[in-house]
Every structure is written in structure tokens, then in C-alpha cells.
Design a protein around this ligand. Structure first.
Ligand SMILES: NC(=O)c1ccc[n+]([C@@H]2O[C@H](COP(=O)([O-])OP(=O)(O)OC[C@H]3O[C@@H](n4cnc5c(N)ncnc54)[C@H](O)[C@@H]3O)[C@@H](O)[C@H]2O)c1
Length: 273
């Protein structure tokens, strides 16, 4: 998928656009000349971001849609495709929530909710948009937000890690099928390290309890802002890269250790004959 997809004059859909990375993506897409379809479950925040986009002179459609509800996502996709037609070129399935519960004895209600929004949300978006984009014809890029938790585990957020590992598996399977179908629809999976947004700020009390204000300050200092993360995502999405990994050196080291542990374990598991 080497062809560059220029945003100017094209339409981009961004889910979870009321705050954080989604808001930055929408504003930067607008600056690049795109028309925007933004959505979120937070009606008030969505309205505020729609106002910011309109103030830039950007054409925007901003309906509230719950990513956990396939019927709603499907109706949303039908409407977007019928209105945006050939101009629709980018779909950012970005919405997500945190899931603070331990793996040892997880809160099952929370587990279900995180899987429904963080894993099934992207599945709903891809099922609703990809076949319609293929039937329409022409190039488009569907960009799904995973996380560094798509390939690294962490304590205290088991459903989040499980959902984000699932996102990687699902989107990679979709990539292979689209390649086999010689489709002009491409997919990307985004795996950011820590970003200073509503999601990460939910953990401040936990860090305070563990190590006081110093732990809180260290945690905040370890995060990037949503704007530079969105810049990396857009730059790579336009190039239609599969992996988009806005990350720090420490993430690279952690991933090397994990990959090496798997490589090191394999000889012991080799099947004889
Ligand atoms: N912040 C980080 O450190 C980080 C790191 C890696 C990945 N991510 C991922 O980035 C994405 C964006 O998160 P963020 O960090 O900008 O946090 P955020 O909380 O600022 O934004 C997430 C948005 O998703 C919306 N949302 C939640 N549930 C929804 C639902 N059911 N339907 C529609 N919208 C819903 C929220 O209202 C919110 O506006 C998420 O998928 C998150 O998992 C974040």
C-alpha cells in the first residue's frame, strides 16, 4: 500500500473525537484540508470540538454514536458513506476507555465493558465501513487505535491489555485478507505509548497512593501530549503504513525484551521430527 492519500478535499471519520488523541486528529486533519465526520459518546465534548472545527471553516458532521452498539455504528456508516461518497478516505477508529481492575480477581462487569468498547468497537467500525468502502471502490485507509498494550502487558489494567492485544490480532487479520483481495482499502494499527489524556489521568490517584506526589509527577512526565501523537498518526496514515507506533525509547527496550523472550523460548518447544 504505497500510494500517498492526501487529506485535502477528502473526508475523514474520527471516533472518540470529543477529547484527547481523537480531538487532536480531527483538528490536524482539518488543518490538512479535510472535511470531518466526528463522533463520540460524550455529546457535550463533541459539540465543543465541532465548534472548534467550524471556527476553522471546516465542514463537519458530528453525531453521537456508541461504539459498543453495532446497530448504531452500522447506521452511522450507511449515512456517512451515502453523504460523503467518493470523498471518504480516512476512518479513524480511535474511541476507547481505560479498564482499571486486576488480573488476579477482575471485575467482570468492567471486563465486559472494556472488551465491548475497546475490542468490539473497532470490530464494529471495520465491519460497518470496510465492506461498504470495498463496494464503493477507490482508496481508503482505516486506522484503528490499539496501544503499546497491544504487545506489552501491565499490572492493574488486564481488560485493557486483553482488548488491545485483540485489536492487533483483528486488524492484522483484516490486513492479510484485504491484501489477498487486492483491495484498495488499507488498514493501520496505532500503538501509542503513554499520552496525557483523560484515560491516563484516571490513574493519578493510584500513582499518588503508591508513591505520593513524586510518583504522580514522574507519571505525568513520562507522557507525550496528544498533539505530537496525532502528528505521527497522520503522517504515517497518509503514507498508508500498517504499523503506526508513536513511542519512546523505553517502549522499544520493553518490546525487544518481550520479543527476545519468545525467541529464546522457542528452541525448547521445537517439535521433534
Ligand atoms: N492515553 C494514552 O496513554 C493511550 C495510549 C495508548 C492508546 N490509547 C488509546 O487512544 C484512544 C484515545 O484515547 P485518549 O487517550 O485520547 O483518551 P480520551 O479519554 O481523551 O478519549 C477517548 C474518547 O473516547 C470516547 N468514548 C469512550 N467510550 C465511547 C463509546 N462507547 N463510544 C464512542 N466514544 C467513546 C470518550 O468519550 C473520549 O472522548 C483510545 O483507544 C485509547 O485506548 C491511549
Amino acid at each position: 500500500m504505497s500510494e500517498i492519500l492526501e487529506p485535502s478535499g477528502r473526508t475523514a471519520v474520527v471516533t472518540g473525537a470529543a477529547s484527547g488523541i481523537g480531538r487532536s486528529l480531527a483538528l490536524q486533519m482539518a488543518d490538512a484540508g479535510a472535511m470531518l465526520v466526528i463522533t463520540d459518546i460524550n455529546a457535550e465534548g463533541l459539540k465543543a470540538v465541532a465548534g472548534e472545527l467550524e471556527a476553522k471553516g471546516t465542514k463537519v458532521f458530528a453525531p453521537v454514536v456508541d461504539m459498543g452498539d453495532f446497530a448504531a455504528v452500522d447506521a452511522f456508516a450507511e449515512k456517512v458513506i451515502s453523504v460523503a461518497g467518493d470523498s471518504l478516505a480516512f476512518v479513524f477508529a480511535n474511541a476507547g476507555i481505560h479498564g482499571l481492575t486486576p488480573a488476579i480477581d477482575p471485575d467482570l462487569e468492567m471486563f465486559d465493558k472494556v472488551i465491548r468498547i475497546n475490542l468490539m468497537g473497532p470490530v464494529h467500525m471495520c465491519k460497518a465501513f470496510v465492506p461498504r468502502l470495498m463496494a464503493r471502490g477507490g482508496p481508503a485507509q482505516v486506522v484503528v487505535t490499539g496501544s503499546q498494550a497491544s504487545f506489552l502487558a501491565a499490572p492493574g489494567i488486564a481488560p485493557y491489555v486483553a482488548a488491545k492485544h485483540g485489536v492487533w490480532g483483528f486488524v492484522d487479520s483484516l490486513r492479510i485478507e484485504l491484501l489477498m483481495a487486492k483491495s484498495e482499502v488499507g488498514v493501520s494499527v496505532v500503538a501509542p505509548s503513554r499520552v496525557d489524556t483523560g484515560i491516563t489521568r484516571q490513574r493519578l490517584d493510584e500513582y499518588r497512593a503508591l508513591g505520593g506526589e513524586k510518583a504522580v509527577q514522574d507519571y505525568l512526565a513520562s507522557m507525550a501530549g496528544a498533539d505530537p501523537i496525532a502528528e505521527v498518526i497522520l503522517r504515517e496514515a497518509i503514507k498508508r503504513e500498517f504499523w503506526i507506533i508513536p513511542s519512546h525509547e523505553s517502549t522499544l527496550d520493553a518490546f525487544k525484551s518481550r520479543a527476545q523472550a519468545i525467541i529464546d523460548a522457542m528452541p525448547a518447544g521445537m517439535i521433534a521430527g
